[in-house]
Write a protein that binds this ligand. Structure first.
Ligand SMILES: [Fe+2]
Length: 355
């Protein structure tokens, strides 16, 4: 029987895009049709806050440290900063680099609690990226099922690890990765709210205190000393444009209608692709990457985006090599889905520019 529980706008929207009617969504997710309609009409603002107590009901033992009155007071500084940057639109965080070419590594959708995620491969990619001293980006969907994920997340997940083990894996990923830039995905959003934000905050503070973190899209500018600045937009999925059959639909629309980035990186659909596109109207060249993530045997992805049968490891992650001496009318970077090729190109640039 349908019950009146809220899963959140993203969950309903994703199901609606797939199924095409609110009634079908309600049937699949076992919720009241009026709840679905209300939430879809209300947009993303209607996402319900999950109750923290529900975690305790689930027998969940990992808890964050107690919030003190001083913490509550100090947290105002971050809220104020956020309000200010939203109000002034100056939300480009800066990453300073020494002179020279550099690499930006785009990881997304690791789903580290899924049976079909090859954790050893993920770990090797992270280590190889550190060896290149890459700027480490995480694009969301760290876990399939946070404790409150509900039916929608479970539908696309096959996993044997327990919830506490999943959480520990998530923390281990952050420790291995030491991310420089971090955004959440829909699997976090379906479990959103203050609890998860604080939990991530504590792990990230310990592993990577300078991390640039945003809820859905992070914008950052890399400033190599004496070289060209490049603007990056990292999103789990750019809001406009989604297509299983066109990996860069969202990127192109974001580049045309959104803010003025040079490089766009996204995940979510578990498809991979690289695009170089000249924006005649903006007199610039942009690079877009969609990374497929690490859930190799995903039934949806295997059927549609990975060509039908055999899981392909290509495009799980991308390495974008940027030439700090590139002119403004030249490409801001070159993207690779092979870390060895990225390294070779980086070495080539370093040798060339060192003369
Ligand atoms: Fe995902």
């Amino acid at each position: 029987m349908a019950v009146n529980k809220g899963l959140g706008f993203e969950a309903y929207k994703e199901a609606y895009d797939r199924l095409g009617s609110a009634r079908a969504v309600a049937r699949e997710l076992d919720v009241n049709p009026s709840t679905v309609l209300r939430c879809l009409r209300g947009g993303a603002d209607r996402t319900p806050e999950p109750a923290r107590d529900k975690l305790v009901d689930l027998g969940y033992e990992v808890t964050g440290k107690e919030l003190t009155s001083q913490d509550a007071w100090d947290s105002h500084a971050d809220s104020f900063e956020r309000s200010l940057t939203i109000a002034t639109k100056e939300h480009w965080s800066a990453i300073e680099r020494p002179a020279g070419a550099y690499v930006v590594a785009h990881f997304t959708d690791p789903h580290v609690d899924d049976n079909s995620t090859p954790l050893r491969l993920l770990e090797a990619d992270i280590r190889a990226s550190h060896e290149l001293n890459a700027i480490m980006c995480h694009g969301g969907d760290l876990l399939n099922n946070w404790p409150m994920a509900g039916k929608l997340a479970k539908q696309w997940a096959k996993q044997e690890c327990t919830l506490p083990a999943a959480i520990l894996r998530a923390q281990h990923y952050i420790n291995l990765m030491e991310p420089d830039v971090w955004v959440d995905g829909n699997h976090e959003e379906m479990n959103g709210g203050a609890y998860l934000e604080r939990l991530f905050g504590e792990w990230l503070d310990a592993a990577s205190p300078k991390v640039i973190r945003d809820y859905w899209t992070a914008r950052f500018v890399v400033r190599p000393e004496g070289g060209r600045e490049v603007r990056f937009a990292l999103s789990h999925k750019f809001q406009k444009g989604r297509s299983w059959f066109h990996p860069h639909h969202g990127v192109i629309r974001e580049a045309m209608e959104g803010e003025d980035a040079d490089v766009y990186m996204e995940g979510h659909l578990h498809i991979s692709g690289i695009i170089y596109h000249t924006m005649a109207e903006r007199q610039k060249n942009i690079v877009g990457v969609a990374s497929a993530g690490y859930k190799m045997l995903d039934q949806y992805a295997a059927r549609i985006s990975r060509g039908g049968v055999i899981p392909k490891f290509k495009g799980r992650c991308h390495w974008i090599v940027c030439d700090d001496q590139a002119g403004d009318d030249e490409w801001p970077g070159v993207a690779f889905d092979s870390v060895r090729q990225a390294e070779a190109y980086l070495n080539g640039l370093q040798n060339l520019r060192a003369v």
